[in-house]
Design a protein around this ligand. Structure first.
Ligand code: M6R
Length: 366
């Protein structure tokens, strides 16, 4: 059932090219230059009249929501707020009929997210679900939705759910961008083409596995790790840190790279590995200067860079190359080596990768 892989997590990491493709299949029609999503199409008026979108989710799904915030605002110019479902449901939020609430949940059974959906409905919002499990509670409770077609995710650490959630949300943002006229048809076509290329780029990128395994050997005894990213890749830094802590029990924190100087820089010494996402299109020079600051404090740098990078290579202790892509879709690539890094470190520490201590696949309690 693990298809020859040692763990479900590794199998699911490797399934991502196929999962992403399954998610956009039948929806992304490049030749016709359209995106077809019934849940969006049937409710287009509501989407076009929405004052804002509020995304509610937990854990990794919340990180996908953060990536979507950047994509929706950039592509479709709709204000987006992203909130932990657990906070949203308990703070008497201001919600009106002109709000759209998007609930993101792999399992569709997360108690806090389900409660947030019910609350938003009571307050009159239109509620849209992005779930993986067909027929799950959140899928049933929402007014409309779009499934990620990732297939079953068994490993407690979410991997393919994250990349397919970003895929679905990107499709929605693109569709709305065209409907609202916030994106020209040529740019829209370019993005369709770019999104279609992602599965093969992920496939190609998976060949870094052995290299990441080698790097992992050097850091398996670390007690702390810092993850930094900017823009679209700031949520990926959070996700990388979550992945490491939940399966390897190493304390890790994700930060927007520019926040480093406001506190976390004090943590850096020669025992602190810092994983930095430094792809060529996302505020590259700024991130390079962050890397220099880390280096001068003797931090160990593992950098995720775009193929062909030379500047970071000279400073960093290790580099992991990813294929070039449009910046907005780069989280679909940068997240892969971070999944592999946490996987290998956890395996080398003899941790139960698929069923880490104290965690359940779906959190159906408050
Ligand atoms: O099923 P959901 O997407 O609603 O689950 C949300 C979180 O419980 C989940 O993402 C959790 O954080 C994962 N273990 C992260 O890998």
């Amino acid at each position: 059932e693990k298809g020859g892989y040692e763990h479900f997590m590794l199998k699911e990491i490797y399934e991502q090219p196929r999962a992403i493709q399954d998610t956009y299949r039948g929806r992304l029609l490049r030749d016709e230059a359209i995106i077809k999503m019934a849940g969006v199409e049937d409710n287009m008026k509501k989407f076009l009249n929405a004052d804002r979108i509020i995304i509610v989710a937990c854990g990794t799904s919340w990180h996908a929501g953060l990536v979507a915030e950047y994509i929706f605002e950039e592509f479709s110019r709709i204000p987006v707020e992203v909130e932990y479902a657990s906070e949203f449901r308990y703070r008497n939020p201001i919600i009106t009929e002109k709000d759209i609430v998007i609930a993101i949940s792999q399992s569709g059974e997360t108690a806090d997210t389900l409660a947030a959906v019910k609350l938003a409905k009571e307050k009159g919002a239109f509620v849209f679900g992005v779930c993986n499990v067909v027929g799950s509670s959140i899928a049933r409770e929402t007014h409309a939705g779009a499934y990620t077609h990732a297939g079953p995710e068994i490993g407690v650490a979410s991997t393919k759910a994250f990349t397919t959630q970003i895929t679905v949300l990107s499709l929605m943002a693109l569709r709305l961008a065209r409907a609202k006229g916030t994106m020209s048809s040529s740019v829209f076509r370019m993005y369709l083409q770019e999104l279609e290329l992602i599965p093969q780029k992920v496939e190609q990128l998976l060949s870094v596995n052995e290299h990441v395994k080698e790097i992992s050997k050097k850091y398996l005894l670390s007690t702390n790790c810092l993850y930094l990213g900017r823009g679209y890749n700031f949520p990926v830094a959070l996700e990388g840190a979550l992945k490491l802590k939940e399966i390897s029990y190493i304390h890790a924190e994700g930060y927007p790279a520019a926040e480093m100087k406001h506190g976390p820089i004090a943590l850096i010494d020669d025992r602190m590995p810092v994983i930095v996402i430094a792809t060529s299109k996302g505020h590259y020079e700024k991130v390079v200067s962050n890397i220099q600051e880390i280096k001068s404090r003797k931090g160990k740098i593992i950098a995720i860079v775009t193929e062909g990078d030379t500047t970071v290579k000279e400073i960093a202790d290790h580099v992991i190359e990813i294929p070039d892509s449009e910046e907005a879709f780069s989280p679909l690539l940068t997240t892969i080596p971070l999944q592999l890094l946490s996987y290998h470190i956890a395996v080398m520490r003899n941790c139960n990768v698929d069923q880490p201590r104290n965690l359940a696949k779906s959190v159906t309690v408050e």
